[in-house]
Design a protein around this ligand. Sequence first.
Ligand code: FES
Length: 150
Amino acid sequence: MSLYSEKVMDHFRNPRNVGIIEDADGVGEVGNAKCGDIMKMYIKVRDGIIVDVKFETFGCGSAIATSSMATEMIKGKSLDEALTLTNKAVTEALGGLPAYKLHCSVLAEQAVQAAILDYYKRNGVPYDEAKFPCALCAHEHDHTADEDGE
Ligand code: FES
């Protein structure tokens, strides 16, 4: 049996929504200090809805697959809905990831949060910090240990 599901391989080989949005309304960049991988997410927002999203990931195949899936899951969703996206939901939608690759999916969750946080900041929208635990400190420490116990 392959280590990676068909869906993971599909999103890795044919990632959806790759690229940048020049006039994005929010941009989030997060990284994992241990592996050095970086994920950048761009969102376009109209009336509280994410009408477009693109990403650039400089990282492993699982990071590419999870960011691709995350963009599909938040496109057309409200900001509030997108904020509830968890790395677990992304991983499940991909048919699972090996345990030692779960931290890659955390980057996808953080990148979405970071892009939304940037949107709120740019537009002076009041926000609840509790909803952005990872995005607020994304560059300050590595979340690997928090998420998968490694
Ligand atoms: Fe770094 Fe996957 S190994 S995100």
